[in-house]
Design a protein around this ligand. Sequence first.
Ligand SMILES: [Zn+2]
Length: 279
Amino acid sequence: MLSTGFFPTEDELAAETISHGALKSEDEHRRDICTAGRWIYERGYVASTDGNVSLRLDPRRILTSPTGISKGMMTPDDLVITDLQGTKLSGRRNPSSELAMHLLIYRRRPDVNSVCHAHPPVATGYAAAGIPLNKALLAELVLSLGCVPVARYGTPGTPELTEALEPLVQSADSILMANHGVVTAGPDLLTAFFRMETTEHFARVALVTELLGKQVLLSSGDVEKLLAARARYGAQTSSVKSAECPVTSDAEETERITLTRRELESLVEEAVQKDRARR
Ligand SMILES: [Zn+2]
């Protein structure tokens, strides 16, 4: 049905909305992946034909975006169905070579029903710099994602990439992939997409604090209070947390050392002497 111009039709509204939940018809899942693809593309999280989105249709089948097409221009019949080993079961297009990382996550995380992979520029900048997003800078982030670690570099489309992610997939819902991008996982597509959006948003805020030259972190007491209140936040809270994450102000405090000018000068002098002696 065509829009009257003033109010969107039901079809137009549905095309721009994704509801939470993994129990949907295959048609709904196909439409949701196309909508998420458009959001990822329109927000500048990918360029050209980069990125991929998938979800678990049932215990044995994965529905995924295809290779070689802009994620902003997909239609439901462009999508591909594979098994958990990546063998194509149906679809006129082919799955991405990056599907292997999605399959790794599905195999290791029965709680995950959807995976998003993109190259959002600020978070990918952190990934390229090898800097994890692991500081307790924002209260909501402590609750939603906890920490975003960096996986070591692995050549895209090869087993190196999945090997690099393997140690982190159990303990993180969002992972920076060194010199590459970001992968997020969730119990449904909307959560996996939100985790991508949250990761990029957090990276932007972290970058601003770096530009300002000052970061005031939450204390471990603040973080404990947040985690105690976590139950109230229900489904929006990440299912995984680790003891060393996030880095708090007191953890930073133990890392900080104080030197007098004279002590600093003598350390520099000592290093210079050692360097000269080596030449
Ligand atoms: Zn990629």
